[in-house]
Design a protein around this ligand. Sequence first.
Ligand code: NCD
Length: 343
Amino acid sequence: MRFRHILRADQFDRHTLDRLYALTNRIRKKRGTRDGALWLRAQFPHRRAILYFLQSSSRTWGSFVAAAQNLGMDTLDIRDPRVSSEVKGEASLDSIRTFSSYADVIIMRVNDKGLAAKAAEHMDSAGRPIPIINGGSGPDEHPTQACLDDYTLRRSFKERGGIDGKTIALVGDLKRGRTVRSLARFMQHYTGVKLLLVSPPPFAMEKDVLDFLQEHEIRYAVTDNFDQAVAEADAVYMTRIQDEHDTRGESAGVDFSKFCFTERHLKILKPHSIVMHPLPRREELSVSCDKDPRVMIWRQERNGMHVRTALLLRVLREQEMEKRWGGPLPKHIQDQLWLLDSA
Ligand code: NCD
């Protein structure tokens, strides 16, 4: 896989993910020591990231800033659309073109689901060597979250044969939850996984994802029986109602109370199963469950910074090398770059 624009979950292949997570593990270790952290900070002190985050964000924004800082980079934020020249009528692509003059990578979170892809095309056709990273594209995709979720699943199932053969329940607003839409696609990299798609019927998983699952022979069952899914699953991935995407108050008439994980569910959950949530949470995952060691949410969140540090490191390494090489790198040079960071 070419590490240039990171736009969709289906860009990643299994081999790349294996190497990315091995790099993530090394970065975690390095950050734990002064020498290691200084080595990391010395990698890209001459590079700058722009975070063009027009949607609310605490974790994704914070973890990307921290990841950039881990690598010694500067960051520049555009977070409030009211103070951007888009208020004066500037087109988003012009804003993005402007940012590309000041930064080496653009990380973006916007409502428009196609804007990150359009921005990437725009950079390519303008001959600007600036990678675009999708930090959440409307209700559509969240590929870097899928990486950290997948990494968390792998670590959690390390002693139990990995993700292969596991049953994973995706619960909540599957229609507009971009995290589950991206994570479901990652299951193509494992064998024998079964997905339980648990939601109130109006917020069921969309056809495009179901088609993808079918095409890649990933087993799934659509259900609204939450208790039964909790009892069966090896991982229960909870999500919030994405009511910021309501156009006509769609969420109002839907009863979500049956899709809330409470202390009662801790008793139904198998002893080695885990609970995840991309956060922010509301009532769908009771705070009183946090003390149970099977509830992984805070670990999952911390993994975000480490995985994003690894992603940024790779993107910037390839960018530097592509500039020297004059285009996409042949496989053997890519392999050498991975080796360079595995020392
Ligand atoms: C998610 C998002 O923004 O899609 N949050 C995140 O990035 N960790 C999930 C959500 O907002 O519910």
